[in-house]
Design a protein around this ligand. Structure first.
Ligand code: IMP
Length: 434
């Protein structure tokens, strides 16, 4: 027991723009949980977990799959890329990780198809540098669009009806080919029959894992099993609450857990809001505290801030308490996990954004309009830095005084109880304060 069991069913959610270190915190918390649920997003996510010096990067499967006694559930809120799932299963098995009964995949999940990835790439290239969203090119937006439009969506359950799938893919691929040619002058049409054959094969390989995950989960909850809901990306990338249109296409915030998993909102008792001790963002979009200077480069190098999914260098900057307080509110964060505190050692001074200055006024308002951020200047509070290798600290009172002050100040600014501090990638480099 690591002490999280008393929280009850808990949602772990990033309060920034993703990459906060949720994979590690989920892995640590799973000591106390029986089930882990991936509720949204797709292979755009990148969760890194380090166990015994071995590094596991997962894109589509929940981090819990590394624990054979935990049931890992991929729900209907996820867009599922079978090529990625099957690749991850076979690579985990190749490294001695058993994947079998412990993995459950929803028959309701929408399937990412080759034309989704192609559309993502074509649309980004055609947008030109000023208008790109900077997506991960994993087909996430196009797949969710097809889901919502209802005309073209294909779900996991469709992979078990060969005739129906062939017929549907015939129509959908004809439409996509015409669209790609008309809009992007793309002249290499996709072959519906080839896709059908390939994806029917994937369906067979996935069959042992596929079930009605909503019924499974509600049953497990009824039986008293403890469930951890694992968010992907971060609340500031949530399609409804993030910096739209520079967001992903799913409800990455805590709200997505219930709709994605098919569990009632009353079930989730706690929300672990995960933040890095600073801010990062990959792709385009507002980032008021971005440091386009040597300090930003230093954070990137010390924190090894390169994307798990795309390898892109992450944009780095100081902690933005205005943005994180907004996402803590939207997600109902009850607990705060501050990750990567060790990365900030050796800075003489550390800044935290405590307000947004705009046209002579300072406020805590997080704008809906992404373009309004162009007028915003962060207002900083500066705290004294500290030195030393925090990676060796195991207890709060072993941290340098200024590091303690820093995390306490973040918790105060967000109005959320400080529960976890992480000072390195290993499981034991984690302090639990509850
Ligand atoms: P998409 O989700 O691939 O459509 O990308 C939309 C935006 O979300 C881009 O800025 C991506 O860089 C960002 N994004 C998507 N997934 C992640 C993630 O797991 N971590 C960080 N950023 C992400």
């Amino acid at each position: 027991m690591s002490g999280f069991g008393s929280l009850g069913h808990t949602c772990v959610v990033g309060l920034q723009w993703g990459d906060e270190g949720k994979g590690k915190i989920v892995d640590v918390m799973l000591e106390d949980f029986d089930v882990v649920v991936r509720y949204g997003g797709g292979a755009n996510a990148g969760h890194t977990v380090v166990i015994g010096g071995e590094r596991f990067a997962l894109h589509q499967l929940p981090s819990g799959v590394l624990r054979p006694n935990v049931i890992s559930v991929v729900t209907g809120g996820v867009v599922l890329d079978p090529t990625v799932v099957l690749g991850e299963i076979s690579s985990l098995r190749g490294r001695g990780v058993a994947v079998g009964e412990n993995l459950r995949i929803s028959e309701r999940a929408h399937v990412v198809l080759p034309y989704h990835r192609l559309e993502d790439q074509l649309a980004e290239s055609a947008a030109g540098s000023g208008a790109r969203l900077g997506t991960t090119s994993r087909g996430i937006g196009p797949c969710y669009s097809d889901k919502m439009s209802r005309r073209y969506g294909i779900r996991v359950c469709d992979l078990y009806r060969p005739e129906r799938l062939r017929e549907r893919l015939g129509q959908v691929v004809a439409h996509k080919n015409a669209y790609f040619r008309a809009l992007f002058d793309h002249r290499q049409p996709l072959d519906a029959e080839q896709i059908a054959r390939e994806y029917l094969g994937f369906g067979e390989q996935l069959r042992p894992f596929v079930c009605d995950t909503a019924t499974l989960l509600n049953g497990l909850i009824g039986d008293g099993r403890r469930v951890l809901f694992e968010g992907a990306q971060g609340a500031l990338l949530d399609v409804d609450h993030g910096t739209y249109p520079y967001v992903t296409s799913s409800n990455a915030g805590a709200g997505g857990a219930c709709s994605g998993a098919g569990v009632p909102p009353t079930v989730i008792r706690a929300t672990m809001g995960v933040v890095k001790a600073y801010s990062t963002r990959v792709g385009a979009g507002p980032f008021p505290t971005e440091l386009k200077d040597a300090t930003g480069d230093e954070i990137r190098e010390r924190g090894r801030e390169y994307g798990t999914t795309t390898g892109r260098p992450r944009r780095c900057g100081w902690f933005d308490a205005v943005a994180a307080r907004y996402s803590a509110m939207v997600c109902g964060a009850t607990d705060l996990a501050v990750m990567h505190l060790d990365t900030l050692s050796e800075f003489d001074a550390i800044s935290v954004c405590v307000g947004y200055a705009q046209r002579g006024n300072v406020s805590n308002r997080f704008p809906a309009d992404a373009y309004e951020f162009d007028e915003i200047q962060p207002v900083y509070e500066t705290l004294s830095g500290w030195s030393g290798d925090l990676g060796r600290c195991r207890r709060f009172d072993e941290l340098p005084e200024n590091a303690r002050r820093y995390v306490q100040r973040l918790s105060e600014l967000l109005g959320v109880r400080l529960s976890v501090i992480s000072v390195g990638p290993q499981r034991d480099q984690t302090m639990l304060l509850t």
